[in-house]
Design a protein around this ligand. Structure first.
Ligand code: PLP
Length: 390
């Protein structure tokens, strides 16, 4: 096993065994931990997949993915992301995770340095190490007040050996979107350097702040250096289907496709037909998800405003909010374990997104509004009790 155990972020045994025990006892848990939308997969996607299976889309196909799907993805990238994409440079993969992994494998060489920004999605560090064990990961934290990029810290870490920077906006776990100034700063940072930007934009359609999503590859200085990673899991409630994609500069897409071919052959053909139907869904489908996310986000912001021991920078997009609980005086694992034990509410300790973020908890905005309101009420009650115990 190449992966070093210290790189695996996990919740404490106490938390996971308590959760297991509660499930075993059939106790009611309100989950504010979900990393997937609450909606079922839309029916037209299921119907198109079913039809594809009956129509014989069950055999070997071409490695990068069905041309019909790649053409639709190219139109989506143009429409939503302002990225001029040639379908030849798009590769359909079994999930966004796999897309990131393939890009890292194609890019990284022994001795390279990768910039990784914490807090981050739990798979980034393991994926970087699996792609190239002899790599140095240089880490930077987001700014604590508003989760913007710490551009000065990033600049300081860039060296001759820096090969890639991994970014993710809308961001898991903070819900922060890339601001115009950070978008420009990112371009300045890598301008004229041999550095790739690996941009995970899995949450790009989940945007409830009205702020425009800015894709790094739409910046003139970044378009030949950015691998854009996306997928169907979050926007279309297709987490179990395992389908995503990437768009890479022409000089890189070929290598990535070769690795993909040897590893996966291609992504399941009938699933690709389902994904193709997803891209035909009316805008109203994603809009209804954003309305729910906004309702939940607004409620959480309003409820936490009344708590002296919690601070929330309002999330703008994605599925999550990241709440600063440092003033409670307890760490994130203890907070999550006690909240589950005392109130039956499950959420994710900040520590799993980076050691330095033990001061935070991640709240999922995905549940239906009634469950979310109930869970938030109990969370606020718990915060009040912690305050009175101090
Ligand atoms: N990237 C981020 C930032 C995520 O939060 C997740 C899932 O939680 C993924 C990628 C995984 O996406 P997929 O299901 O397409 O592999």
């Amino acid at each position: 096993m190449k992966i070093r155990p210290e790189l695996m972020n996990i919740v404490s045994l106490e938390f996971s065994s308590l959760a297991k025990q509660k499930v075993k006892n059939a106790e009611r848990i309100i989950s504010l931990g979900l990393g997937e939308p609450g909606f079922p997969t839309p029916l037209p996607i299921i119907e198109a997949t079913h039809k594809a299976m009956l129509d014989g889309f069950t055999r070997y196909s071409i490695a990068p993915g069905l041309l019909e799907l790649r053409e639709k993805i190219a139109s989506k990238l143009d429409r939503d992301n302002n990225i001029v994409a040639n379908p030849e440079d798009i590769i359909v993969t079994p999930g966004a995770k796999q897309a990131l992994s393939l890009a890292l494998t194609a890019i990284l060489r022994p001795g390279d340095e990768v910039l990784n920004i914490f807090p981050c999605f739990v798979s980034y560090v393991p994926q970087i190490v699996m792609a190239e064990p002899d790599v140095v990961i240089r880490t930077v934290d987001l700014q604590r007040k508003d989760f913007s990029l710490d551009v000065a810290a990033l600049r300081e870490l860039i060296s001759e050996r820096t090969r890639a920077i991994v970014v993710n906006f809308p961001h898991n776990p903070t819900g922060r979107m890339l601001s115009q100034s950070d978008w420009n700063a990112l371009a300045d940072l890598v301008d004229e350097k041999d550095i790739y930007v690996l941009s995970d934009e899995i949450y790009d359609r989940l945007n409830f702040s009205g702020q425009k999503h800015l894709s790094p590859a739409s910046h003139e200085a970044l378009k030949h250096k950015t691998v854009t990673i996306n997928g169907f899991s979050k926007a279309f409630s297709m987490t179990g289907w395992r389908i995503g994609y990437l768009h890479a500069p022409a000089h890189l897409s070929r290598t990535i496709c070769q690795i993909h071919q040897h590893l996966n052959t291609h992504t399941a053909t009938f699933i690709q037909k389902g994904a193709s139907a997803a891209l035909d869904l009316p805008e109203s489908y994603v809009e209804s998800q954003n309305i729910r996310l906004r309702t939940n986000a607004d409620l959480l912001v309003a409820m936490l405003e009344a708590c002296d021991n919690a601070y929330l920078y309002a999330p703008q997009g994605g599925l999550f909010a990241f709440v600063d609980i440092s003033r409670t005086g307890i760490d994130s694992d203890t907070f999550a374990t006690r909240l589950l034990a005392e109130k039956g509410v499950a959420l994710t300790p900040g520590k799993v997104f980076g050691e330095a973020w033990d001061s935070h908890i991640r709240v999922s905005l995905a549940p239906d509004c009634d469950s979310f309101a109930e869970g938030t009420k109990l969370l606020v009650e718990f915060l009040g009790e912690l305050e009175s115990q101090r």
